[in-house]
Design a protein around this ligand. Structure first.
Ligand SMILES: Cc1ncc(COP(=O)(O)O)c(C=O)c1O
Length: 339
């Protein structure tokens, strides 16, 4: 059953993305390893692929519904989300402005900034702040100011917040769970013990959590935090609270009931010292996946998620008769960006 039926959605991603076993990697890991499947959302197509294509199918449909003509979004200088949004906007004939954390780097453009250069994306640089909450506030302010300027010019802007992680954007991953459940059934792979993926702004996590409720898929959903922020005075990690809130907003759109905090499993043990700083485990995990399967993960998101899965396999959290899934969420341009 497609729960998102009847909700506006445009076609942007190449779907379904493949779901296939990592047999050679399993051989490398040895006889105690569970079977490992990979879900290839790095192959969604638009803007070199990645998870944002799924969210953008719903976000861009919403922008069309309200008759917007310009998409404004934001992110880190090397944001995969901003790049995929710019690529999708062009394809759908929207104008686009990306508000990125400055200052503008000097020298030849690299990674996603090179792709923006090719796309001709209009970039507004935002002041950089080491504190994530302040950085986010600055991005929102600059997006609002940009929208005001556009409105004065008679334009109709549509703001897509960081990572496209609104309830509407998260519907992309509610629908993705329907897709993967169908694949699991068709491929007859049996029960899935756990699904691992990178969690950054929370929309992928919220969507998968709601999707599993809707589909009744009984599996462990493990979001791997790539930007650890310590618990607040009440002992709760702010990012965990944000995902729970987003999951509930998303759930409201599809009428699937209240998502309890315990349903959101966020693993923060592999984030490393800071966002974007590679860890030795993630670098080793990326090298192993590349050498054994010819598949690349990026240094900021997916290598940390993959390191978490490998770390938990090494701790023997899964038996050799179990099956786990690594959900690859893209990020390839990050391989060609400075760190
Ligand atoms: C490659 C990649 N994987 C995972 C994520 C995290 O997804 P989300 O922001 O929905 O948590 C991002 C976010 O930008 C990303 O670029």
């Amino acid at each position: 059953m497609d729960i998102c039926n009847g909700i506006d959605r445009l076609c942007l991603a190449t779907l379904p993305t493949p779901l296939h076993p990592l047999q050679n990697l399993r051989r490398h890991l040895g006889p105690d390893s569970p079977a490992i499947l990979i879900k290839r959302d790095d192959l969604t197509g638009i803007g070199l692929g990645g998870n944002k294509a799924r969210k953008l199918e719903f976000l861009m449909a919403d922008a069309r519904r309200v008759m917007a003509d310009t998409i404004i979004t934001c992110g880190a200088a090397q944001s995969n989300h901003a790049l995929q949004t710019a690529a999708a906007a062009g394809k759908l004939d929207f104008d686009v402005v990306c508000v990125l954390d400055g200052p503008a780097p000097s020298g030849p453009a690299q990674g996603n900034l090179l792709l923006h250069e090719i796309l001709g994306t209009k970039i507004v640089w935002c002041e950089m702040n080491d504190d994530e909450a302040r950085r986010e506030q600055a991005r929102r302010r600059v997006m609002r100011e940009t929208a005001d300027i556009l409105r004065k010019d008679g334009r109709s802007p549509y703001i897509v917040p960081t990572g496209g992680s609104t309830a509407v954007g998260s519907l992309g991953y509610v629908a993705a769970v329907d897709e993967i459940v169908n694949q699991i059934t068709r491929q007859d792979v049996g029960d899935i013990s756990a699904v691992y993926f990178a969690s950054g702004s929370g929309g992928t996590h919220a969507g998968i959590a709601v999707g599993t409720r809707v589909s009744g898929w009984l599996t462990r959903i493990v979001g791997v935090d790539v930007d650890y922020i310590a618990p607040d005075a009440s002992g709760i990690r702010p990012f965990h609270r944000a995902i729970v809130r987003l999951a509930n907003e998303t759930s409201e759109l599809v009428g699937s009931g209240t998502v309890a905090p315990a349903e959101i499993e966020l693993c923060s043990d592999f984030a490393g010292p800071a966002y974007g700083v590679p860890t030795p485990e993630a670098t080793a995990a990326a090298a192993l996946l590349a050498a054994s399967e010819g598949i690349f993960v990026d240094p900021v998101y997916t290598s940390k998620a993959f390191a978490a899965l490998l770390g938990h396999i090494k701790e023997q959290r899964y038996r050799c008769d179990e099956t786990v899934i690594f959900w690859h969420t893209g990020g390839a341009p990050g391989l060609f960006a400075p760190h």
